[in-house]
Design a protein around this ligand. Structure first.
Ligand SMILES: [Fe+2]
Ligand SMILES: [Fe+2]
Length: 160
């Protein structure tokens, strides 16, 4: 933990770490469901959907890395237990269709999950802006811009 790095944050740092951990739980849950959905789509011989899901899952894993880095910089402990993920998450599940072959239903579920993520990061940005924590702001702005791309990608695949 950097003492100065923590000092310059004009927020309750423990509360900020908790918010970042909740977002981290969301990212891990997205990695799991998106990878699972990619495997199903691959099995269904739908390479376009499978590739989009795989690429998106990879980006969610990068978000998990970025949040983990920031939590550690602030002196926090990143969430690391499987059973805590659903408890902490803002968006605890991705509502995949019962029929595994329903590719439209899969895309719809991803769009909903991305919208939840956009809301979470937007609220967090409002809390930390303007200037209360420039480093976290930079991290979250980067992440939210990718969540917006994900929503757009799956809306396009759905033909919405
Ligand atoms: Fe993400
Ligand atoms: Fe996303």
């Amino acid at each position: 933990m950097g003492k100065k790095a923590r000092e310059i944050v004009e927020l309750n740092v423990d509360e900020l770490i908790e918010d970042l951990n909740r977002a981290l739980a969301d990212e891990w849950i997205a990695v799991f469901y998106y990878t699972h959905a990619a495997n199903i789509a691959k099995g269904m011989n739908s390479p376009i959907i499978a590739d989009a899901l795989k690429k998106t899952a990879d980006e969610e894993r990068e978000h998990a890395q970025e949040l983990t880095d920031r939590i550690i910089q602030l002196g926090g402990t990143p969430i690391g237990k499987f059973e805590d993920l659903a408890k902490k998450a803002n968006c605890p599940s991705v509502d995949l269709p019962k029929d595994a072959g329903d590719l439209n239903g899969i895309a719809k579920a991803i769009v909903e999950a991305e919208r939840c993520a956009i809301d979470v990061y937007n609220k967090l940005l409002k809390k930390i802006m303007p200037g209360k924590d420039t480093v976290t702001t930079q991290v979250i702005r980067h992440i939210i811009s990718e969540e917006i791309e994900h929503e757009d990608l799956f809306e396009t695949l759905l033909g919405l």
